[in-house]
Design a protein around this ligand. Structure first.
Ligand code: SF4
Length: 371
């Protein structure tokens, strides 16, 4: 069956330069949006490049050899990222997630992690610093990441069978090497490790049970993500979504599960424990069980565009302030002026529409702002 691929309009250009508000808005650590949602979690994309071509994120037909990646000069430097992260922390951010593309492709990433690890929350506590990776470089980098101050990692792995893995990620990369990366991260103490599996009905849903069996009792938390209409290039269709309720049903039949409480406000995963006490799994159900009501996540693209939702259509340019003569107080005001009116709730809106129709304008690519 031929993949439907929709040409890419460069969303990276759909941005608005954020002005410094006339009325200063001080950072109090309690910034809230129009729905009362706090700003607690900042996802920082450190590169728009990746060495995989996951069909649901970066289809090869679009992100081919002629695709124009951002020039290095356009990317925020580590010092610029640390400066803007510090301002977000002053607004109440407690968790930083490094993403991409594939973040481990950004050279010397340990230097950035060291800088971020020195920051403290408004209450003086260390930040929760984590990273999402496809695991391809993890075996080599695990120790250095840990030494630099990284606490945890989330590894994307969409199957154990090499052929299925290839069908999802369109690269000739052996599953065994990703598993070695996970083992190396566990060995150096980058845990608890989470493994994220995107479930696409008819492509890799036969891997649900093998993955559950493999990670059960290993200390790794396996999460199943509903296939999402992120970006505008993956040709998403509702009939390729396997609802999380079905995933739980399949596992429960063989390995009984009991529901767990949410671990933190804004957590995206619904948690389930194995009834025999051998660990937990999670499901992330953006399509069938929207979780926008307590969404406390902001996303910063690799060249300093602020996005308020994974399914946003427009970015808010902070780089012109970071590279201009704006003070940290100006930057704090500008960020607050973008977050305070935020009312994003894409998944809730999608749920109210007929299947296969998606709300709003063209969405930014996930590979550009991180998952
Ligand atoms: S759809 Fe947007 S607002 Fe809703 S949970 Fe996801 S990122 Fe948050």
């Amino acid at each position: 069956m031929s993949e439907r691929v929709i040409p890419l309009i460069d969303q990276r250009l759909q941005t608005r330069a954020v002005p410094i508000p006339a009325q200063a808005i001080a950072a109090t650590g309690q910034l809230r949006d129009a729905r009362g949602r706090a700003l607690r979690d900042l996802r920082i994309s450190v590169t728009d490049r990746c060495n995989f071509r996951c069909s649901y994120c970066m289809p090869k037909e679009i992100f081919d050899k002629d695709y124009q990646y951002l020039p290095h000069s356009a990317l925020l430097t580590f010092e610029e990222i640390t400066r803007v992260a510090k301002v977000f922390v002053a607004h109440g951010v407690q968790k930083l997630r490094l993403t991409g593309g594939e973040p481990l492709l950004r050279k010397h990433l340990e230097i950035l992690i060291e800088q971020l690890a020195a920051l403290r929350t408004v209450d003086g506590a260390p930040l929760d610093i984590t990273l999402t990776t496809n695991g391809s470089l993890l075996r080599r980098k695990a120790q250095a990441l840990k030494d630099a101050g990284l606490q945890r990692v989330t590894v994307s792995l969409d199957g154990l069978d090499d052929a299925v893995f290839r069908a999802m990620n369109d690269v000739d990369f052996p599953v065994a090497d990703v598993l070695d990366g996970i083992a190396a991260a566990q060995a150096v103490g980058l845990g608890p490790i989470k493994v994220n599996m995107v479930v696409k009905r008819g492509t890799n849903d036969d891997q649900i049970l093998p993955m559950a069996r493999h990670f059960k009792g290993s200390g790794v938390v396996l999460r199943f993500i509903e296939y999402m209409d992120v970006g505008a290039t993956n040709g998403w269709r509702m009939d390729e979504v396997l609802p999380s309720a079905k995933v739980i049903e399949r596992i429960h039949r063989e390995m009984p599960l009991v529901p767990l409480e949410q671990a933190a406000e804004g957590e995206t995963a619904q948690r389930w424990a194995y009834a025999d006490g051998s660990g937990e799994i999670g499901v992330i159900s953006s399509v069938t069980q929207a979780f926008c009501s307590d969404c406390n996540r902001a996303r910063l693209s690799t060249e300093g565009q602020l996005y308020l939702c994974l399914f946003a259509s427009e970015g808010h340019d902070l780089r012109h302030l970071i590279r201009g003569d704006a003070s940290d107080e100006d930057l704090a005001s500008a960020i607050a002026s973008v977050w305070q009116p935020r009312a994003d709730r894409y998944s809730e809106l999608r749920a109210s529409l007929p299947p296969d129709s998606t709300p709003g304008k063209r969405r930014v690519e996930m590979s550009y702002i991180g998952g």
